[in-house]
Design a protein around this ligand. Structure first.
Ligand code: CAP
Ligand code: MG
Length: 426
């Protein structure tokens, strides 16, 4: 009966493994619920269908090989998947099963991706090292800002604010996730004006600066915008990976120009926020790394957006390390990323200079720290806000307490007076 549950099965290295948290519907055992998950996500349906012979059924069926409390591990034979097709793969392991009446809740916690799938993808073009080399910044976190207000500014205002941020000490400036090609701020005009200001800022500061224009759009249009960025001398493109979709991201990585990819994750929380149901951010981050983004928003723990410190730390380890070890208690499967480069983790959302210390205490130096409100909301404006942010990072890099450092840093002092100094992460 429970043909898809085989607790004696030892998964093969070639299998794709999923770890699920499962809450069966009333009157259904965990074992039967798991059976249905493996069945629906591989070769089965609600009733027996005779078209596959026994040999094929044995070869292709998914197997639940471990059930521990509400955690189940399922092994999928690699033949089930078209190796280069992320949407197709997710339609199996993260598809119909979420809607089955048999389950009250279901959460895909992690996926082990076998070598056959890894090898089919190129991963990030630049990765952490490539990005650090671009800017010639070896150790400290990169400092970024999002031009604020999110939308409503003209292209000219946008470019001027970007200039102020670069001048004050930001390395990268990005468009917001919902700024695309609106009438009040057209993509091409914004690109031209902002790149002009980037050049000026580079000349005046003798530092390399990055502008991350949001190319998110219908796929063909997105590719056109990406080409435009390349043509005009840009180094980056930004994409909203969840709203644009996996297929669009694959296309951009494979057929888009040679630019660094900044991945914003707007809408991820519709999938990730409910701890009992949906898909973990860890899983989303894995597929983003596999396809090949260079920078990915992972959360802050200390800022305005939801996210437990441990979860965010684990996501950082997952995107940055070559070998990820299994965390039995936390639903993290072991992974070997082989030749796939590390992704630069981005922390953003409600950050300000007073939060740099606790943030770096949690995530270390290999992060891109972004602040929108926490830079443009500085009492003396954007340039001072960027200075304050840079001072806060310098303080942490030198191991000096942020409040002590602020005694000789006017901009930092004003930022701390306004927003306070968080000493440790909550
Ligand atoms: C940050 C931000 C980012 C969020 C998204 C915003 O601005 O630009 O989109 O960080 O969250 O619009 O909120 P502030 P996450 O610095 O002004 O908060 O990075 O967690 O996906
Ligand atoms: Mg934003």
């Amino acid at each position: 009966m429970n043909k898809f549950v085989d607790l004696d099965y030892v998964p093969k290295k070639e299998d794709l493994i999923c770890e699920f948290s499962v809450e069966p519907s009333e009157n259904l055992s965990m074992k039967e619920a798991c059976n249905r998950i493996a069945k629906e996500s591989s070769i089965g349906t609600w009733t027996h269908v005779e078209h596959l012979n026994k040999e094929k059924r044995d070869k292709l069926r998914a197997r639940v090989y471990s059930i521990d409390g509400n955690t189940a591990k399922v092994a999928y034979p690699p033949e089930l998947f078209e190796k280069t097709n992320v949407p197709g793969t997710l339609a199996s392991i993260a598809g119909n099963i979420f809607g089955m009446k048999a389950l009250k809740n279901l959460r895909l916690e992690d996926v082990y991706i076998p070598a056959s799938i890894d090898n089919a993808f190129e991963g990030p073009r630049y990765g952490i090292k490539g990005i650090r080399d671009t800017f010639g910044i070896e150790e400290r976190p990169l400092i970024g800002t999002i031009v604020k207000p999110k939308v409503g500014l003209s292209s000219e205002q946008h470019a001027n604010i970007a200039f102020e941020a670069w001048k004050g000490g930001c390395d990268v400036v990005k468009d917001d996730e919902n700024l695309v090609n609106q009438d009040f701020n057209k993509f091409e005009e914004r690109l031209d004006l902002t790149l002009e200001k980037r050049k000026k800022a580079e000349e005046e500061t003798s530092e390399t600066k990055g502008y991350m224009p949001n190319v998110t759009a219908e796929t063909e249009e997105m590719l056109k915008r990406a080409e435009l960025v390349k043509e005009k001398g840009g180094r980056y493109m930004m994409i909203d990976i969840v709203t644009a979709g996996w297929s669009a991201l694959q296309t951009l990585r494979k057929h888009g120009p040679d630019l660094r990819i900044h991945a914003h994750r707007a809408m991820h929380a519709a999938l990730t926020k409910n701890k009992k149901h949906g898909i973990s951010m860890l899983t989303i981050a894995k597929f983003a790394r596999l396809i090949g983004v260079d920078q990915l928003h992972i959360g802050t723990a200390v800022g305005k957006m939801e996210g437990e410190p441990t979860d965010i730390w684990e996501i950082e380890q997952e995107v940055e390390n070559k070998i990820v070890r299994k965390h039995e208690d936390d639903h993290v499967l072991a992974e070997d990323w082989r030749d796939i480069k590390p992704v630069f983790a981005v922390s953003s959302g409600g950050l300000h200079p007073g939060l740099v210390q606790p943030l770096m205490q949690l995530l270390g130096k290999n992060i891109i720290i972004q602040a929108g409100g926490g830079i443009h909301g500085h009492p003396d404006g954007t340039r001072a806000g960027a200075r304050a942010m840079r001072q806060a990072i310098d303080a942490r890099m030198k191991g000096i307490d942020v409040e002590e450092y602020a005694e000789d840093s006017e901009e930092l002092k004003k930022a701390l007076d306004l927003w306070g100094a968080g000493k440790t992460y909550k």
